[in-house]
Structures are given as C-alpha cells and as structure tokens.
Write a protein that binds this ligand. Structure first.
Ligand code: FES
Ligand SMILES: [Fe+2]
Length: 335
C-alpha cells in the first residue's frame, strides 16, 4: 500500500524539454513532457536493449532512446523505429500515473492510483505569507527522516544554539491520533536564546502554539503560531529512493507580511544550514545501523511521534488495519 500513494518526483520547473531521471522504491523512472506540456512517467529502460531513456532526448513531445533512437509517446507506446519502415511492432514501456500540483510533479509508483489528490502544502501563495522550497537528499530511510523532522529532543543536541538551547525545563506534549496520522501539541515550551528564536520569535511575553504533525504516509508538518500574528510552518514530503535514501521536499512558509521577502533572505540559508546538520546526523546513524546489521531501537514515550509513525507505516506496508483516530495521551519531557 505504501507504493499506491503520491510522491514528489521533482519540482515542476525542473522538468522542461529534457527528460529527468528519478528513482522511487528502487525503480528507475524517467519523466518528460508531451507537446501539450503534460507530464509523463515511464520505466527508465528501453525495451530494445535496456538503455536508459533518461539519457535520450525529447522531440515533439516524444522520448527518443539514446542508443538506437526508438521513440515513445507519453503513454509509453513505441511510435517509431528510425531504421525500420512502416508501423512499429506492438511494444510499450510501463507507464506511471503522475500529476502536477503545488509546483511539483507527483507520481504514483504503485499499480493502484490513490483516490485522493496529492498533499496540499498549506499557506503556499496565501496573502501575507512568504514561502521557499528546499530539496534534500538524506542517506536514510523514510521512517528515520520523518522521526527526525518531528523530534524535539534532537534539536538541543544536533542544532544546539542554532535552533534550540537546552534548558532542562519540563514540557508537556499531548498526542492525538488523527484520521490521516497523528499530532503532538507542546505546552510550556521554553524559548531560550538560540539563533533562530532570537531572529524569528517575538519574545517570551507573546503566547505561542506549537504542533508537530505526521501525515501518512510520508509527510511531516511543524507549525509555530504566535499571538502577535507571526507564524511559521514547515512541511516536508519524503520520497523513498530506495531502502537507504530519501529525497525530501520541504516547503517553509511564514507569515510576516511585507517583511516576508527580507526575512526569507536570511531564513532560507539558515534553514539549509540546519537541515545539513540533520543530513550529517542521519548519515552517521544509518551507517552505524548498516554496520551493525540491523536497527535495534529502544522505544521511549518521549520519542513523542515515533510510535504513531511506525504504527501507521507498518499498517500501510502490510496492508493491515490503519490506526484509529481519537486515541490521546500525554508525555512529559524536558527540553
Ligand atoms: S536500446 Fe533503445 S533503441 Fe536500442
Ligand atoms: Fe533537525
């Protein structure tokens, strides 16, 4: 079931008049545009001698293989063999469903297209909001990425002084299982001096609401809303390349009115720096797991959204019953 979902292949603007190669669930796909601009996804292997079609070129909305020039249309049908007269034999390349939404090309790598449209990134294009996008390749699987993006305690170590300065103050998290995942809301959260808080938060006198959300199958969303109207929202959609690598597409949106473009000027490179700290940490963790042969984790309530993420993904992977919405519990931790 995990395959029968929408995943981001690439930003729409990356797909112009050349084919783009992407790997999903270990399978190589090629993306290109038809003459009308419609996006198409095919297996990245020519049926003739299995050359990668992504190394070929797009002409008149058709994809030409780089080896002997066989041409395929956007449904994957063979339409021409340049060195053979007449109608080509019946032959086609496996095609995958894809759509464009929110400036991304989405593909369903499975054989059953989901009924729902792909994830909508909140706040994109809303008045008063400014957004920027990031694409990051992690040497880690989807579960490790999702947990990392929704894990508060790691920030006091991996992002110490950048994003979170440890205070050891008690914090309460309330976790609620939802129809499409789970959410954790944090209470009495400290906002000690760190670079990001100093630059972006309005000071401790102003109230703040912080929620971390897991959206099945492969999205995380973090929201900070302040009583003075400022708000920050970080949504990351994970595309599994294979067991060991995940391509993460992040949209960061914030409500700062006319100051938005100015804030983006330093917020964007700062976010890149912080995400690179996670890239390095996850690469170390995964390398260690591979060396040991398998993951062997100690579960803790304070790994707040780890269990909901694993329960959802296990059910989706095995085609079992999905976790029920409504369950709620509280976790005490120190941040
Ligand atoms: S391998 Fe593609 S045309 Fe020969
Ligand atoms: Fe992080």
């Amino acid at each position: 079931m995990l395959k029968n979902c929408w995943y981001i292949a690439c930003p729409s603007r990356k797909l112009k008049n050349r084919p783009v190669a992407r790997t999903l669930f270990g399978r190589r796909l090629v993306f290109f545009r038809s003459e009308s601009g419609q996006v198409s996804a095919l297996d990245d292997s020519c049926p003739h001698r299995n050359a990668p079609l992504s190394a070929g070129e797009v002409a008149d909305g058709q994809l030409a293989c780089p080896y002997h020039g066989w041409r395929f249309d956007c449904q994957g049908r063979l339409v021409e063999i340049p060195y053979r007269a007449g109608t080509p034999p019946d032959c086609s390349v496996q095609q995958y469903d894809c759509v464009e939404q929110d400036g991304y090309v989405w593909v369903c790598p499975g054989d059953k297209v989901p009924e729902e449209a792909p994830l909508v990134f909140p706040h994109l294009g809303l008045p008063g909001w400014t957004s920027f996008r990031m694409e990051t390749l992690f040497a880690a699987n989807v579960e490790a990425c999702l947990e990392n993006f929704l894990d508060c305690p790691h920030a006091t170590h991996v992002h110490r002084y950048w994003f979170r300065t440890p205070t050891a103050k008690p914090v309460m998290a309330q976790v609620t299982m939802l129809e499409d995942g789970a959410v954790a809301e944090y209470f009495q959260e400290p906002r000690e001096k760190s670079l990001v808080w100093s630059l972006l938060s309005p000071g401790k006198a102003v109230g703040m609401k912080h929620t971390d959300r897991y959206i099945a199958p492969a999205t995380s969303r973090v929201d900070y809303e302040f009583d003075d109207g400022r708000a920050y929202s970080i949504t990351s959609s994970c595309t599994p390349q294979d067991e060991f690598q995940t391509r993460v597409f992040t949209v960061i949106s914030f409500r700062r009115g006319w100051l938005g473009p100015l804030v983006r000027l330093f917020f964007h490179p700062l976010s890149r720096l912080i995400i690179q700290q996670d890239v390095r940490m996850l690469a170390l963790q995964q390398e260690n797991i591979r060396h040991r042969g398998k993951a062997d984790f100690k579960a803790l309530d304070q790994d707040v959204l780890y269990r909901p993420i694993m329960a959802w993904r296990k059910a989706l992977r095995q085609g079992g019953t999905l976790p029920e919405a409504g369950d709620q519990w509280q976790v005490e931790l120190k941040l």
